[in-house]
Design a protein around this ligand. Structure first.
Ligand code: ADP
Ligand code: MG
Length: 347
């Protein structure tokens, strides 16, 4: 979809030397909004152009084991876990990590590359099912709620932070984001922002970074993962903040002042997954009733221009802005009803 609105579109493999050279020739500066671009390709481009975030920082974010080690080195607790590089490591896994979630260290997103395991037997099966690639086994935590912090950091170390987001995931995929975060106290908000800033600074990070946090019942925080790019939980910033995460990305890349993002209105973002394009398992793809949704107050609809809808595929999102979070949530629930889904149905 981005190719359709770009001035220049280079289509080649991420590691194709000719493609990278052509890309470098046309670009003044380079960034990425996808974390699985091979770090080596980012490093190649950085030889001739300003590139942010840097390959080293992206490489940490691409690997769950390195990511968790980085959190801990920053004094931020990570989810209790074990690193598994081969089947030989399975026997050494501590009992208290089960029941757990086995996740591939690389290339996972939207809950892909993850298996829930309750027993040692399921752990061994899950590791085999994931192809015996490097994995982390995480303890399955009882979450009180989830927050994310999106910040932009410039080359001079200046940092701008979006208002903290509260996120609800359904089946491992982000469903809704609410801002201001209804469950977080000001102290807890300050704590996650400080943690995210420490994590970014220790990476010498330049660009937009999202750090996801779990909040546990006792009010303690645990860093889940981070994304070296604008993040789905920041999409509301297009409509509800005076500086969106995308503008922050451009400013950080171009070495411009980052400014101080201000929330214009409380917002609830609802993800629109491909499931909405189908009435049932064997029905043809059909466009949801957007006019009915847009008739509701404060609805901002964003469709990404992906032609093929698939269950679980992110096709777009809508952001509801309103006087307060309650009002935004009420409109969001009405939109969800029109679209035939229940946005607050947490797993
Ligand atoms: P992805 O890269 O697909 O976003 P995450 O690791 O962030 O993967 O997992 C997606 C969601 O699954 C989380 O936001 C959370 O809701 C749930 N989840 C993941 N890991 C755990 C865990 N260890 N304990 C409890 N819930 C988890
Ligand atoms: Mg995540």
């Amino acid at each position: 979809p981005a190719g359709r609105v770009s001035h220049v579109h280079v289509l080649s493999g991420y590691t194709d030397a000719n493609g990278l050279a052509e890309f470098a020739r046309d670009a003044d500066a380079v960034t990425t909004e996808f974390e699985n671009v091979p770090a080596a390709s980012i490093a190649t481009l950085a030889e001739s152009l300003p590139v942010a975030p840097a390959a080293d920082a992206v490489a940490v974010c691409q690997d769950r084991a390195r990511e968790k080690a980085h959190f801990e080195a920053c004094g931020v607790p990570a989810v209790p876990h074990a690193v598994l590089t081969s089947a030989d490591d399975l026997a050494g896994v501590a009992d208290d990590l089960l029941p757990g979630i086995l996740k591939t260290s690389g290339l996972g997103y939207d809950g892909k590359g993850q298996v829930r395991v309750g027993t040692r037997e399921e752990l061994a099966e899950g590791f085999a099912e994931l192809g015996e690639v490097p994995c982390v086994l995480e303890q399955r935590l009882a979450l009180a709620y989830e927050l994310s912090v999106i910040l932009a950091r410039g080359r001079d170390g200046a940092t701008a932070v979006l208002p903290v987001q509260e996120n609800v995931h359904v089946g491992g995929i982000l469903s809704t984001t609410t801002v201001p975060a209804p469950s977080a106290t000001p102290e807890l908000t300050a704590e996650v922002v400080a943690a995210a800033k420490t994590i970014a600074a220790a990476l010498d990070y330049v660009g937009v970074l999202c750090v996801e946090f779990f909040v546990l019942d006792d009010g303690s925080i645990v860093a889940n993962e981070m994304a070296p790019r604008p993040h789905n939980s920041g999409h509301y910033s297009i409509d509800a903040v005076d500086l969106s995460q995308f503008e922050l990305q451009v400013r950080a890349l171009a070495g411009l002042p980052l400014g101080e993002p201000q929330l214009l209105r409380p917002a609830v973002m609802l993800n629109l997954l491909g499931d909405l394009w189908f009435d049932g398992p064997d029905t043809p793809q059909a466009e949801p009733d957007w006019p009915a949704v847009l008739a509701l107050p404060g609805v901002h609809l964003h469709l990404y221009g992906k032609t093929e809808a698939r269950p679980g595929r992110k096709m777009g999102h809508l952001t509801v802005t309103a006087e307060n979070v309650e009002a935004a949530r009420t409109v969001c629930e009405r939109a969800a009803l029109i679209l035939g889904l229940d946005p607050v149905d947490d797993d």
